[in-house]
Design a protein around this ligand. Sequence first.
Ligand code: UGA
Length: 467
Amino acid sequence: MMNNPIQIAVVGSGYVGLVAAVCFAEMGHSVICVDNDDRKVAALQGGDTLIHENYLPELLERYRNTKIRFTSDLAEATRECDAIFIAVGTPQSETGDADLSYVEAVACEIARSITSYKVIVEKSTVPVYTNEWVRRSIERNGVDRNLFDVVSNPEFLREGTAVADFLHPDRIVVGADSDRAAELLSRIYVPLTGGEYYQRPDAIAGSCSSAAPPPLLLTSTKSAEIIKHASNAFLALKISFINAVSNLCEATNANVEQVALGMGLDGRIGPKFLRPGIGYGGSCFPKDVAAFRSVAEHMGIDFNLLSEVEKINTQQKKRFLGKVRSALWTLRGKRIGVLGLAFKGETDDIRESPAIELVEMLLAEGCSITAFDPAAMKRTQEHLAPCDTLRYVDSAYEAAKDADALLILTDWPEFAALDLDRLNRILRYPIVLDGRNLYDPQVMARHGFTYISIGRPAAYPAREPLP
Ligand code: UGA
């Protein structure tokens, strides 16, 4: 479809790297995806996506060995490609800062192989000034300044909807301090920004169209770096804000769903990311809020608002544990069914999952747990030490069977569509604690449940009210 495909290398085949690589191929470019883990490279070459993500298996199958190739040879990829996207991990260090050693190692390795003009693109989430450090380390490795530029092109995709998010972004941010580099990045994204991609009959569906393609925002490199951190921190703030409001609703017998609806209808606030729950998790928000707070601290800026965001998030999990305790009186020896282990629905990712933290807290309290998650059980089994009091089962109903209470901890769509009569029959006591507000309290009461959720009055079966 493209007159002018570009040779792109993507370094790192995690959520961002692999999705970007496959989507660049879908946009018509020629892609080399580089990873230093040979087992990952072999798996990807064989068509295994390694992560649970919609559309990824189909796209990988379509472009594997044609428009996209996998290798561990970064030197060769650097020589062959015009743009090299760095999408390696930036984990949180003990101080809260992002650990940039992987980014630095990749930058140095790229430097050793540059013989013609290259644009090196930061795709990983990194703190402000990283772009400058990448440029410096390439120069320190002896590369002529005219042979490269470093650009910031943060990624805003969400896990679970990563492919659709990448191809239908709200905006594309390109932070470039040189026209030549900005021009190459604009050409890479032109199938999206020019609307051509959306005319294809086989285009992945989403919110953009050829009449309303995504805008590309050109900024300085530092602004682009801050846009990414500030966006994630702001979204986390929205979640903590509504969680704090939900606590106030609980204390006053108001309903947080009505409050969020009423707030969200204000165009200046918007309805998204106002879902209360058991706190945000995942590989991004906890890490990025901490890193952004740390950047501000280093710069001598008082950004204590972010510490409050984190504090509310931590409290939210403890509050939920408190609700389980007050519903069951004592916890030792209680049998709990758990629905959901992933940090949110539609993903198998359990990093910083509030569900996993709650499982650990309940085990520490002496509960025995029967857990089910549609995608994240394998990863959980690898992560949590096996113990007699934790059992994994194959369905939501098996998790509920003979349990003293059922906990909904992840917002998988299938957990919102359970057969309530069947559920009531198989639970030992019909008590549901819903950390994701998937059900209407009145409906649960009519089906005979004691139903405790977030920021809404608890509902009790008509015949058997609890004190
Ligand atoms: C987040 C951002 O939404 C993406 O824009 C960004 O690109 C990504 O981080 C990243 O930096 O890589 P992600 O972590 O995949 O994406 O997941 P979200 O959908 O944002 O959810 C994060 C957490 O917040 C989840 O635990 C979710 O359950 C929770 N959440 C989300 C709420 O509790 N309430 C809400 O209203 C929304």
